[in-house]
Ligand binder design. Sequence first.
Ligand code: NDP
Length: 288
Amino acid sequence: MSARILAGKEFAAQLKAEAAQRVKALQDKYGVTPGLAVVLVGDDPASQVYVRNKDRACAEVGIHAERINLPADTPLEELLAVIDRLNADASIHGILVQLPLPAQIAAHEGEVINRISPDKDVDGFHPVSVGRLVTGESGLLPCTPAGCLRMLELAGIPVDGKRAVVVGRSNIVGKPMAMLLLRKNATVTICHSHTQDLASITREADILVAAIGKPNFITADMVKPGATVIDVGINRIAPKKLVGDVDFAAVSEVAGAITPVPGGVGLLTVAMLMENVVQAAEQQLAAK
Ligand code: NDP
């Protein structure tokens, strides 16, 4: 059996087309273009690639993108002052501070995220956003897990009542992914590095999400035949070679559907960010 390949490009294009329509509707109704500010501290090469992809997506969707590049030695107070200015700027509806932060302020990541107004928190990392996710209130959702869920919806893969297993419990992927699947009525198990007999748990999954950060960690014997496998991992194993957390070649012979890396979840993450900026703008403009 060969799995259906869930190509991120196709689903991301759908999400971006929807977002573009909503941008147009906001321009028609309010005469306002949604604005995203991306703050990049330092010159981490991977972050620069991510930020460029975000700029490109904004241009495609019609979102105004403002890039703020700060030197790597920017003091914390200065970064917080930039965030305060953006919080108060009515032309900016979404604020994103690209992570990771440089070493000298990395320990203050929580403080930096908490400084962003929850209404403009398009990364969905602020504790208020996390709280809304857990209680089921409407709010801005973390882009990667929300993108995965939107992809399942668009692909017509049912979640309600299914067994879902998420491997990884980070605040940005694993935990919110599990919470979103729970909200959609899946029966969810979260696994992590202390989980015993991991394979026996992953083999029960109708939907298996891998967010581990270890190349080719999920092997074919860990997957139930016909399962949907979502590979969030991005691992660089050679200068020009990226692989996921799932052994794609072998697992695609067992799974019913699978996301490739590259070309899978990563594209959905950026598309979901666009959706979040539009949602934030809609809410801020409606509240005026
Ligand atoms: P973290 O390193 O924060 O979390 C990894 C998780 O995997 C931890 O919860 C850890 O468990 C768990 N883990 C590690 N080893 C094992 C093991 N042997 N068995 C079971 N669980 C294990 O990573 P992130 O969540 O930030 O990212 C995960 C992957 O997703 C990375 O490759 C990252 O690059 C990628 N990513 C991709 C995005 C995209 O847009 N596609 C966006 C964000 C991330 P424990 O908690 O016990 O340590």
